[in-house]
Design a binder for this molecule. Structure first.
Ligand code: ATP
Ligand code: MG
Length: 137
């Protein structure tokens, strides 16, 4: 059993799609074991996406992520990291497979509705960045 970290991004929360996205997460066999709505500060978003700080879209990405509240989540299941990335679909919704969250809901490569951790180390870091151990049962 594995845990991964998820964000329902501003384009999706703004369109009231949290429940629809959660339904896809649960249909993929993942359990939402923690969830809260937060409004990220600029500093939090810059730290969270620090790995992308030299990419040309970094400024735009941070502005987007702080434009509205987001829903941060911890998901649990067998191979949760890969299972979630599979149901998220490709970063660019134009390349995403049928039935994925991004195919169905994402608006562009930037406003792509969800984030999911990409490896066990980043999952652990990202979970600890937004949740305390007491919130995870
Ligand atoms: P995430 O990390 O959010 O789960 P990902 O792993 O599929 O998505 P990354 O390459 O890590 O994609 O990029 C992080 C985020 O940066 C993307 O989800 C998207 O919101 C944004 N992004 C990536 N590429 C571009 C781009 N070319 N133009 C604008 N925004 C982009
Ligand atoms: Mg990524």
């Amino acid at each position: 059993i594995q845990r991964t970290f998820s964000i329902i991004k501003p384009d999706a929360t703004k369109r009231n799609l949290t429940g629809a996205i959660n339904a896809k997460i649960e249909a993929a066999g993942l359990r939402i074991i923690a969830q809260k709505r937060i409004h990220m500060t600029q500093k939090q978003a810059e730290t969270f996406y620090g790995v992308h700080k030299d990419r040309p879209f970094f400024g735009e990405l941070v502005e987007f992520m702080i434009s509205e509240p987001v829903v941060v989540q911890v998901l649990e299941g067998e191979n949760a990291i890969k299972a979630y990335r599979d149901v998220m679909g490709a970063t660019n919704p134009a390349d995403a497979d049928e039935g994925t969250i991004r195919k169905e809901f994402a608006q562009s490569v930037g406003e792509n509705s969800v984030h999911g951790s990409d490896a066990p180390e980043t999952a652990a870091e990202e979970i600890a960045y937004f949740f305390s151990g007491l919130e995870l049962v």
